[in-house]
Design a binder for this molecule. Structure first.
Ligand SMILES: Cc1ncc(C[n+]2csc(CCOP(=O)(O)OP(=O)(O)O)c2C)c(N)n1
Length: 640
């Protein structure tokens, strides 16, 4: 930490020191913290907007609470950067999101100050409630706080927790950090009300006036009582969410201007002394301090580091963009095609479609279960819904996939972006479970493309598949852009492809999705060493192409399966089960994500950790070939 640039910050050795700071000192510290975040995260890239919105709030919280004793649950965790900064983690910001560096979200193992890990939204109130109940049962005495964004308040889990907390009269402080934004503009009726109110000048004037009048009246008179009633009505009229929270047995305070540190300090001093469920509504600006970028809050949510362009490299396209292009064609051709996302309109590539077809593209909010269940209803109603949600967030809708979709054979298209390792977002966001959680559902088709052409064809497969649910997962990142013929055909369900024959019996590499390219490269290298190698692109995780695989396994001396998903219940196990059923015995290796959570870092770091890099796959292949009694490769013979 540069002590000249950040004199106040560099002097803080323990956040409890902030309890003795004056408001001026706290304001200076907030300024430095904001500058520090802008400087470091602009360099590394990462979440910035949300964190800048809660700088003053975080500093004010440290003035009033000791988070080694008191507990706090930050929702999502992408806004807890100042919290990390003030709890001794400044030096880790240089390695933000990198292997061995600072987590972009929250992990309990990172610091004793991080009581609840996070990455997925809408969990904070529920987790804080649990901590509050544990405290009371164990007769402990400390505060418990949840900080939740207005975006996260579109998730049902938040309401379930409010309802339970209100019912139990739990001692809990919920701070609603209301910046009017999710990643894109927030959606939902609740959010619309909050935003309308907090930005309404007439409401604020009306409220202040009502307060002033009520405050001037002598205590205990009838007039006061009726004026209090008037104030209450004004508040309810102009601030209906106050009534909403109060109906759930929460005492409501706010909206407090969230960048006014002194207002926050005095409000927190007040609510800290109260018992029962308290809701403190704070209005903040996402990306506060970024200047012009605040005009575009979506841009401020997550910034990318400046990258040098490689002019020589062949053109590449993001998988998400290929999806957008494919959907554009489908939507133009078939008016029954609709798309639904869950608060990821831009990141899943639906934003351009929303512009073109505003009535056929829906945002469910951070409410994946709602997105999938309403898609079931749309399918019943005769539409062709394409639910477009990250693989990791679809975990939230597991029962909708089973109970509301598959059990009723409804043709819902399940489009899973960010399948596989996601790099710096880390284990909360890896899409490495979908092979397993989809494969176990009866009647559901699951596929993964290896390149742009395959993805476009699979979209056609999904479009034509009307007899039940069908899923496609595709990764984060780019793939070589291809020149595609205008007449692509759908891939028949369950049809794999032999991409490389081995000639004489050799090693079979059966891969799916991103791992097909790795398998092909390894096979080329093996062949150059004199080891016959075949490659099958399974395309379908379910149903697997039993005919093709049985044929190729029958010809092979040993088999390797490759997938960027956990092995338990995945594609490799489907191949093993097939072999067992056929009574075919061969030496086999299953390659995939390991049975542990793989940390944040680069996607390459994560593949290495899983034994899935090209070099590792090649080495595993050689070992397997040797153990299967294959002739030594030319490379081995040459080595000695
Ligand atoms: C279950 C789930 N779905 C989607 C996301 C992706 N996501 C991360 S932050 C975010 C917006 C959160 O908005 P809000 O709670 O208002 O916080 P802000 O970023 O505005 O501070 C979304 C949709 C997520 N983290 N978890």
């Amino acid at each position: 930490m540069d002590a000249l640039r950040y004199p106040g910050l560099s002097r803080v050795t323990n956040p409890t020191e902030l309890q003795a700071f004056s408001p001026e000192q706290l304001e200076a510290l907030a300024r430095e913290s904001r500058d520090f975040l802008i400087e470091t995260i602009s360099r590394t890239g990462g979440h910035l907007g949300a964190a800048l919105g809660v700088v003053e709030l975080t500093v004010a919280l440290f003035h009033h609470f000791d988070f080694l004793r008191d507990r706090i649950a930050w929702d999502v965790g992408h806004q807890a950067h100042v919290y990390k900064l003030l709890t001794g983690r400044a030096s880790l910001f240089a390695k933000y999101g990198q292997w061995g560096g600072l987590c972009k979200f929250l992990e309990r193992r990172e610091s004793p100050y991080d009581h609840m890990g996070a990455g997925h939204a809408s969990t904070s109130i529920s987790a804080a409630l649990g901590m509050a109940l544990a405290r009371d049962l164990r007769r402990e005495d400390h505060h418990v706080i949840a900080v939740v964004g207005d975006g996260a308040m579109t998730g049902g889990l938040a309401y379930e927790a409010l309802s339970m907390a209100g019912h139990l009269d739990a001692n809990l402080l919920v701070i609603l950090n209301d910046n009017g934004m999710s990643i894109d503009e927030n959606v939902g009726a609740f959010s619309r009300t909050v935003t309308r109110i907090t930005t309404s000048g007439s409401y604020n004037a009306l409220r202040d006036e009502a307060k002033k009048v009520a405050g001037r009246m002598p205590f205990g008179t009838e007039i006061l009582r009726s004026l209090k009633h008037v104030e209450r009505s004004v508040k309810d009229y102009a601030s209906p969410h106050a009534g909403f929270f109060e109906s759930l047995n929460f005492r409501y305070f706010g909206p407090v201007p969230g960048h006014d540190l002194r207002a926050l300090l005095s409000t927190l001093a007040h609510v800290k002394t109260m018992r029962g469920p308290i809701l403190l509504h704070v209005s903040t600006v996402k990306g506060k301090g970024l200047g012009e970028a605040v005009e575009n809050t979506f841009e401020a949510h997550s910034v990318s580091p400046a990258k040098a362009q490689d002019r020589q490299a062949p053109p590449r396209k993001s998988w998400t963009r290929i999806y957008t292009e494919g959907m554009q064609e489908l939507m133009a051709r078939d008016p029954a095609v609709v798309a639904i996302t869950a608060a990821m309109m831009s990141n899943t590539g639906l934003a351009p479609l929303k512009e073109r077809y505003p009535e056929r593209v829906f945002d469910a909010g951070i409410a994946e279960a709602n997105a999938y269940c309403s898609a079931a209803g749309m399918a019943i109603g005769g539409l062709k819904p394409f639910v477009t949600v990250y693989s990791t967030f679809t975990q939230r809708a597991f029962d909708q996939l089973i109970h509301d979709i598959a059990l009723q054979s409804l043709p819902v298209r399940i489009m899973l972006d960010r399948g596989g390792f996601v790099g710096n977002d880390g284990p909360t966001h890896h899409g490495v479970f979908d092979h397993s959680y989809l494969r176990l559902i009866p009647g559901l088709v699951h596929m993964a493309p290896r390149d742009e052409r395959e993805m476009r064809r699979m979209l056609l497969t999904a479009h034509t598949h009307d007899t039940g649910p069908i899923a496609m997962r595709y990764p984060r990142g780019d793939t070589p852009a291809l020149d595609l013929d205008s007449t692509l055909a759908p891939i028949p369900v369950g049809q794999g492809e032999l991409l490389r024959a081995s000639g004489p019996p050799g090693l079979l590499l059966a891969a799916v999705g991103t791992m097909v390219a790795t398998a092909l490269e390894a096979a080329e290298a093996l062949a150059a060493e004199g080891v016959p190698a075949a490659v099958v692109d399974a395309r379908f995780i379910k149903p697997i192409d039993e005919k093709l695989l049985a044929e190729q396994i029958g010809r092979a001396k040993a088999v390797i399966t490759l997938e960027e998903s956990v092995l338990a219940g995945g594609f490799g196990e489907a191949v093993l089960a097939l072999m067992a059923r056929l009574g075919v015995s061969r030496p086999v290796r299953l390659l995939g994500a390991p049975d542990r959570f793989v940390s944040f870092g680069s996607q390459q770091d994560q593949l290495r950790e899983s034994g899935l890099t090209q070099a590792q796959v090649l080495e595993t292949s050689r070992e397997l070939w040797r153990s299967a009694g294959g002739a030594p490769s030319r490379l081995r013979r040459a080595q000695g």
